[in-house]
Design a protein around this ligand. Structure first.
Ligand code: MSP
Length: 645
C-alpha cells in the first residue's frame, strides 16, 4: 500500500459578508493560497478552506440598508467573493457560508457538547458592546470620562463608539481553561507566528480570563441557541466553528474526512483577530475534547494613506479594479513582496507600478525574453546541457543552490517578503551572468560556450519558475512552457526536481512578453515632490552619541490612580539593571498592552520626580495617524540593555 501522504489543512478567516471583498480580505486569502501551493510542491495532500461569516447584527444592518432580506442580500453578495477568488487564482477546496444548513446544525452540536460538559451556564450580562466588531469591550471604563448608555468608550479595535448592552446570556466557562491554555502555550512555543504575538497572548491570559458571553437575545439574525431559541449563538463562536464544520464535524457521514484533516495545520488570521483564535477557540476545543490547531499565522494590516483599510472606515481598495489595471498575478507578487507579514504595510500605487516595472518586467521578464530571442536569432531551439560546466556555470549553479536553501528557510518561517527578496537577488545574479558572458559574441565565435550560457540561464529560470509558482502560478507556467517544461505540480515536487544536477534538456519556445510595463500613474518626480524636504536642523554625530538609547522589557505596569495621564513602568535593562519609568500614555494604553513588550528607552535622561515618583528614563513613542502614541517595539528578541547604534 502506498504510504499515506502528509496532509496540510489551511484556513482563512470567514469574511464578514457585509460588502464585497477588499484588498485586506484578499491578503489573508492569498497567503493561504500561496502556502497551499507551496505545500503541494512538497508533495502534500492539501485542503484549503475559505468562507464567509454571514450572521450577526452587522449583516442584518447591511441587508436592511440595501433594502433586502438578509438571505437575499447574502445570496446576491457571495458571488462577488467567488469571482474575486477566481480572478486571483485562489485555489480553495471549499468555501463555507456560515448560513449553510450543515454548518448551523454542526455548530449547534458543538455548543451542545459544551453544555453536556458543564461548561455553559446562564447569567445576566451588562457591558460595552461594539456592534461593527460584534464584540464586548472589556476595557475598564475611564472614570474621568462621562459615558452614557449609548455613548460608551471607543472600541480598542476600530475606535468606534460602543454602547451598553444588558441581557441574559449564556456564558462559556473560559476562566476554567486559563491554566490549561498557559500550559499549552508553554508546550507549543511555535503555536503563533510571529513569536512576539504569542507573548501578547500569554500576557493577556496571565492577567486572568473572564467567562465569555456566547449568546445574544438582541441579535435575531443568527443561529438559534440549542434548546433556547430566544437566544442566538454569539456570531464569533459559531464563526470559529466553521473550521471544523466545513470538514465534517458532527456530520455522521463525514467522520472519516473530519479525522483525516483535523487538527488544522494552519489558521491564517489578521492581527485584529488573534485573541479569538489563540484564546477562545483553543479553550472551546479543549472543552469539546478536540485537538487544537497546530499553528496560527498572524499578519499585519494593509493601510491606505496610513489608515487601516476596512469596510467600517470606508477607504477600500477594490481588488477587481487592481486586477483589471495591473493583472492579478502582478498584484499577488506585489502584496507578498512589499508588505512584511509581521508588520503593517502601506498600499501605494507607486510601489505597485514600480515593482511590476522593475522586478517583473525588467529583471525577470526581460531575462527570459532576451535569452529566447538570442537563441532564436541563431536558430537554436533545443538546448542540451554541457558535458562539463565551466567555472562560471558552476558558480551560477552554486548561487542557485544557496538561493534555494535560503528561500526554503524563509518560506518555512512564512517570511514571504524575505523569500522573494532573496530570489530576486538570484535573478539579478543570473542577469549579471548572462550579461558578462556576452553570449551575443559567443554565438559568433564559440558555439559551445554560447550553448552553455543558454543552458545555465535555462536551468536558473526553471528553478525560478518552480519556486515562484506558488506566488504567480499562471505566469510561471508560461515561463516554464517557454523553456519546454510542462508544469504539473505532481511532476514538479521540489524533492524530485534534482535541482543540484544541471543536466536537463530544454526546448525553447517564444511566448508573448510575460509582464508588460505599466503606464505610470505616479511618476518618480511626483512622488519625490509629495514629500518636500523641510529645512533640516542637522546635529553633529557627537551630539547624537550623547544620548543612550537602550532596549528594555516592561516587566510590570501600573496605573497611577490619581493621574489622568501617567502609567508607572518597571523596566528590565539586563546587565544595566531595572528602572522605574513614568510615561504619559495612560489615555491610550492599558497595562496589559504593555507588559512583556520590548521597547526602546532613553536611558540617560536626567532622573526626575513626576507626581512625587522617581522616573529614570523615557519610553520612545511615535504618534499614529489618529494621534495615538504607539510604543516602538523591537522586531525580534534583543538582549535587554542593548544600546542602539
Ligand atoms: N468574520 C471575522 C472573522 C471570523 S474567523 C472565524 C472577521 N472578518 S473580517 O472580514 O473583518 O476580516 C477577515 C480578515 O481580513 C481578518 O484576518 C482581517 O485581519 C483581514 N483584514 C481585514 N482588513 C484588513 C486590512 N486592511 N489589511 C489586512 N488584512 C485585513 O474578522
Amino acid at each position: 500500500m502506498a504510504p499515506k501522504k502528509q496532509t496540510f489543512y489551511v484556513t482563512t478567516p470567514v469574511y464578514y459578508a457585509t460588502a464585497k471583498p477588499h484588498l485586506g480580505s484578499l491578503y489573508s486569502t492569498l497567503m493561504a493560497d500561496v502556502l497551499v501551493r507551496w505545500q503541494k510542491l512538497h508533495g502534500k495532500d492539501v485542503f484549503f478552506l475559505t468562507g464567509t461569516d454571514e450572521h450577526g447584527q452587522k449583516i442584518a444592518e447591511a441587508a436592511q440598508q440595501a433594502g433586502k432580506s438578509p438571505k437575499k442580500f447574502l445570496d446576491d453578495l457571495i458571488p462577488s467573493f467567488k469571482k474575486a477568488w477566481q480572478v486571483y487564482g485562489i485555489n480553495y477546496n471549499h468555501l463555507i457560508r456560515t448560513t449553510d444548513d450543515y454548518h448551523i446544525s454542526a455548530a449547534q452540536e458543538f455548543i451542545k457538547t459544551l453544555i453536556k460538559k458543564g461548561d455553559i451556564y446562564k447569567a445576566a450580562y451588562k457591558g460595552w458592546y461594539c456592534t461593527p466588531c460584534e464584540t464586548f469591550v472589556t476595557e475598564k471604563e475611564d472614570k474621568k470620562q462621562q459615558y452614557t448608555e449609548d455613548q460608551g468608550p471607543p472600541c480598542p479595535s476600530c475606535n468606534r463608539q460602543t454602547v451598553i448592552i444588558s441581557e441574559d446570556t449564556y456564558f462559556f466557562r473560559l476562566s476554567k481553561y486559563q491554566d490549561a491554555l498557559l500550559k499549552f502555550y508553554t508546550d507549543n512555543p511555535n503555536f503563533i507566528v510571529p513569536r512576539e504575538r504569542l507573548n501578547e497572548v500569554i500576557s493577556f491570559v496571565s492577567l486572568g480570563l473572564k467567562d465569555l458571553s456566547i449568546s445574544r437575545t438582541t441579535v435575531t439574525w443568527g443561529i438559534p441557541f440549542p434548546d433556547d431559541p430566544s437566544h442566538t449563538v454569539y456570531v464569533w463562536v459559531e464563526a470559529l466553528c466553521n473550521y471544523i464544520t466545513a470538514i465534517g464535524y458532527a456530520q455522521s457521514d463525514k467522520q472519516k474526512q473530519f479525522h483525516y484533516w483535523w487538527p488544522a495545520d494552519l489558521h491564517v488570521v489578521g492581527k485584529d483577530i488573534v485573541r479569538f483564535h489563540a484564546v477562545y477557540w483553543p479553550a472551546m476545543l479543549m472543552a469539546a475534547g478536540l485537538q487544537i490547531p497546530k499553528q496560527l499565522l498572524v499578519h499585519g494590516w494593509i493601510r491606505v494613506d496610513k489608515q487601516k483599510m476596512s469596510k467600517s472606515l470606508g477607504n477600500i481598495v477594490d481588488p477587481m479594479v487592481l486586477h483589471e489595471k495591473y493583472g492579478a498575478e502582478q498584484i499577488r507578487y506585489y502584496l507578498l513582496r512589499q508588505i512584511p507579514i509581521n508588520q503593517d504595510g502601506n498600499f501605494s500605487i507607486y510601489d505597485v507600478e514600480q515593482r511590476i516595472e522593475a522586478d517583473l518586467a525588467n529583471d525577470l521578464g526581460n531575462l527570459l525574453n532576451r535569452m529566447v530571442l538570442l537563441a532564436q536569432k541563431y536558430d537554436v531551439h533545443e538546448i542540451q546541457p554541457p558535458t562539463i560546466w565551466s567555472e562560471q556555470g558552476l558558480n551560477l549553479r552554486d548561487a542557485c543552490l544557496d538561493m534555494i536553501e535560503d528561500f526554503n528557510g524563509h518560506m518555512t518561517d512564512y517570511m514571504f517578503h524575505l523569500a522573494l527578496a532573496r530570489l530576486w537577488r538570484f535573478i539579478k545574479c543570473v542577469n549579471v551572468y548572462f550579461h558578462e558572458q556576452e553570449p551575443w559574441q559567443l554565438a559568433k565565435n564559440n558555439k559551445e560556450a554560447f550553448m552553455e550560457v543558454l543552458s545555465g540561464t535555462c536551468h536558473s529560470l526553471q528553478v525560478i519558475g518552480v519556486f515562484l509558482w506558488p506566488i504567480m502560478p499562471q505566469k510561471m507556467e508560461q515561463l516554464l512552457e517557454s523553456l519546454g517544461v510542462t508544469f504539473e505540480y505532481e511532476n514538479n515536487i521540489i524533492e524530485n526536481l534534482e535541482l543540484g544536477t544541471w543536466h536537463k534538456r530544454f526546448m525553447l519556445k517564444k511566448i508573448p512578453a510575460l509582464f508588460e510595463k505599466p503606464e505610470r500613474t505616479v511618476k518618480m518626480e511626483e512622488k519625490t515632490e509629495q514629500v518636500p524636504e523641510k529645512k533640516m536642523q542637522y546635529v553633529d554625530i557627537k551630539d547624537l552619541a550623547k544620548i543612550q538609547l537602550r532596549v528594555g522589557t516592561i516587566e510590570t505596569c501600573e496605573v497611577i490612580e490619581d493621574s489622568e495621564k501617567l502609567l508607572k513602568l518597571f523596566v528590565d535593562f539586563g546587565d544595566h539593571g531595572k528602572r522605574q519609568i513614568l510615561s504619559g500614555i495612560k489615555p491610550w494604553y492599558q497595562p496589559i498592552d504593555l507588559i512583556s513588550k520590548q521597547c526602546i528607552f532613553v536611558f540617560n535622561l536626567k532622573p526626575r520626580k513626576i507626581f512625587g515618583l522617581q522616573s529614570e528614563g523615557m519610553i520612545f513613542i511615535a504618534e499614529d495617524e489618529r494621534g495615538k502614541p504607539q510604543i516602538i517595539t523591537v522586531p525580534t528578541v534583543i538582549p535587554n540593555g542593548t544600546q542602539l547604534k
